[in-house]
Design a protein around this ligand. Sequence first.
Ligand code: HEM
Length: 220
Amino acid sequence: MLDELIFIALPYFAIALAVVVTPYRYISNRLEWSTFSTQFIERKTLFWGSIPWHYGVVILLIGHLIGFLFPSTIQAILSNLSMLLTLESIALTLGLLALIGSFILLMRRALSNLESSIVDYILLFLIFFQAVTGVYIAVFNRWGMEWYLHTAVPWFYSLLTFSPNISYVSALPLVFKLHVIGAFLILAFLPFTKLVHVLFLPIGFVKDPPILYRWVKRGD
Ligand code: HEM
């Protein structure tokens, strides 16, 4: 029953929310999507959190996607042992970057007096949690890249073809289930948070006019 909730109900619910709420918010008020700028309050911690997090997670998510789109090609590549070791090491390095970056972002918000909403905290906690479970899998359930192709990928295809088959994933360890729960919670929260910018990155920003911030001195 719990597995059905994790591997069927939650994914469909999250996908439906993302598909319905995102266009609604786009049409109703796109300006509300962003949080307040924190750039002037402090830039250094933002830099050390944001840059490793983005580099780590963007490349890893492309990796997750490539495994899903081209499973047999990736399988052929990974059958070469040195290739498997190299790619796993690169993934682990990126995972650690994402982990450190998301931790810094979470601490920065918790320890400074930034204007924060509960949604900011939930999102930051979720992305940190996602990095923790991902790195844990990579370290303690070795060769995730390999078994991902024979478990998560066919399960995900079964979801997309509306014939969910959880037998591919139900026997996997708890930490994998937590990683999947985290992924779909992020997706469910996506339209309500500033993370929605992933849907526009980076093309839209190129033609946006620059935002001008000014200091206002008393008496000016
Ligand atoms: C249902 C969706 C997902 C599945 C089935 C999945 C599966 C996996 C697996 C099997 C690994 C281990 C790879 C290895 O051993 O090298 C992994 C690692 C990781 N995943 Fe996911 N993932 C999903 C979604 C996400 C999302 C949405 C994020 C980030 C927002 C994410 C972030 C990570 C990170 C940071 C790692 C660590 C990489 C490493 O250290 O090797 N995953 N994931």
